[in-house]
Ligand binder design. Structure first.
Ligand code: 13P
Length: 269
């Protein structure tokens, strides 16, 4: 059985006072959570503050990005050892906002935006390998643009992203990876993907994993859904057999709504 996960991606929100307040409110309510793995991914500037709050709780800490080199002249980047020294156990890799595939509509996917952060399938692959080498659990995001969905390319896009992400990763290592299906058009738009459709696409992702790792390991890998997850829709999503949890943006920025999501995930399987 796969333990459900509820992960909060705070994105570029919360200064250190706000991070302390939000993490404390979540830890007060859910610090001894069972039945669900809970992860908080604050911005890098708040990792140390949130680490202190989470110490002694069952809540894990994650970063939002990693660079594959250990140290050196890479201005602005953060290495695996640096994330470990902040207490991270997880790291989000290949979020669509970093791949440059952000925006709810295809028109937003311009070359200019693509160059803002510049993650590609190849850099995502290197980041995953680096994270694994430091025993950081990667939370790897994949998902199609609205235009790709409209053209019937969803399955092809997500399975291509999964194959590229895991190229050259040993099956034993792949077992510890967490995947997140985040359709780009559903992120931050309030337009959640239909639960049955999310379940179907996650089934496609699991079948792709099975080609890479074999079926037994693919059945163990947790695959989350992300994109406008809210207290009002979480039960329907978590009731789906392939959906192992949520990667949550907006609703993770309020302790009350994030705790409701945790409760729903904890009783779902
Ligand atoms: P929202 O929950 O705000 O749609 O964001 C989803 C997301 O991108 C999580 O990584």
């Amino acid at each position: 059985m796969r333990t459900p996960i509820m992960a909060g991606n705070w994105k570029m929100n919360c200064d250190n006072d706000e991070a302390w307040e939000l993490a404390s409110a979540i830890a007060d309510e859910k610090g001894d959570v069972t039945g669900c793995e809970v992860v908080i991914c604050p911005p890098a500037t708040a990792l140390v503050v949130v680490q202190a709050v989470l110490e002694g709780t069952n809540i894990g800490l994650g970063a939002q990005n990693i660079f594959w080199e250990e140290k050196g002249a890479y201005t602005g980047e953060l290495s695996g050892p640096m994330l470990l020294s902040c207490g991270c156990q997880y790291v989000i890799i290949g979020h669509s906002e970093r791949r440059g595939r952000f925006g709810a509509v295809a028109d937003d996917f311009t070359p200019e935006l693509q160059r803002v952060f510049g993650d590609t399938d190849a850099s995502v692959n290197r980041k995953i390998k680096a994270a694994l080498s430091y025993d950081l659990t990667p939370i790897v995001c994949v998902g199609e643009l609205l235009s790709e969905r409209q053209q019937g390319q969803t399955d092809e896009v997500v399975s291509g992203q999964v194959k590229a992400a895991l190229a050259g990763v040993e099956a034993d290592d792949a077992e510890s990876i967490i995947l997140a299906y985040e359709p780009v058009w559903a992120i931050g738009t309030g337009e959640v993907c239909d639960a049955e459709e999310a379940n179907r696409v996650i089934g496609v992702i699991r079948a792709t994993l099975a080609e890479i790792t074999g079926e037994e390991i693919a059945e163990e890998i947790r695959i989350l859904y992300g994109g406008s997850v809210k207290p009002a829709n979480v039960a329907g999503l978590m009731a789906q057999p392939e959906i192992d949890g949520g990667l949550v943006g907006g609703a993770s920025l309020q302790a009350e709504s994030f705790c409701e999501l945790i409760d729903a995930a904890a009783v779902s399987k």
